[in-house]
Design a protein around this ligand. Structure first.
Ligand code: RP5
Length: 170
């Protein structure tokens, strides 16, 4: 019998540059939880804990991770540096910064030179949520149970929109 998804070792690593990123990254975590995907979370900073980043990325595949979601704000080099040290898919989440509202984070993450990709999502909560969903889609390539859950998720979303009416006079 197959082990249930949640009892397996983590397949998704959710890392973030600071505890201040958690509120945003929690949107990814909640998606993984709702799909029953085993994940791990860690604060890993490219500039404050470079040695930890090195060992995290270098050991990620052998520890059983299949996807890494990396969120950072400002000079957001965490996703790119992670991608430089692993061939696992890395999804980058630009966290909204105070000074430039996350445009700095977005450009730092999305503008990877050709050769080392980071799959970059939108700034903030929507991006983090989509990062969770993208990770589930990647795992669903080999997990029929997850593919079925993704179909159900989309159907619920569709039904909610179809059942929604605009206010009178709208
Ligand atoms: C980045 O600097 C983090 O990803 C965070 O978004 C930003 C600010 O960090 P704190 O000063 O709030 O710890 O490394």
């Amino acid at each position: 019998m197959r082990e249930s998804l949640q009892n397996r070792p983590p397949s998704v690593g959710v890392i973030m540059g600071s505890a201040s990123d958690f509120e945003t990254m929690d949107h990814a975590i909640q998606i993984l939880k709702s799909f029953g995907v085993a994940y791990e979370t860690e604060i890993v900073s490219a500039h404050r804990t470079p040695d930890k980043l090195f060992s995290y990325a270098k050991t990620a595949r052998e520890r059983g991770l299949r996807v890494i979601i990396a969120g950072a704000g400002g000079a957001a080099h965490l996703p790119g540096m992670t991608a430089a040290m692993t061939t696992l898919p890395v999804i980058g989440v630009p966290v909204q910064s105070k000074a430039l509202q996350g445009l700095d984070s977005l450009l730092s993450i999305v503008q990877m030179p050709g050769g080392v990709p980071v799959a970059t999502v939108a700034i903030g909560a929507a991006g983090a949520k989509n990062a969770g969903l993208l990770a589930v889609s990647i795992l669903a390539l080999q997990e029929d149970e997850l593919a079925t859950k993704l179909e159900a998720y989309r159907e619920t979303q569709r039904d909610t929109v179809l059942a929604t009416s605009l206010p009178e006079g709208g």
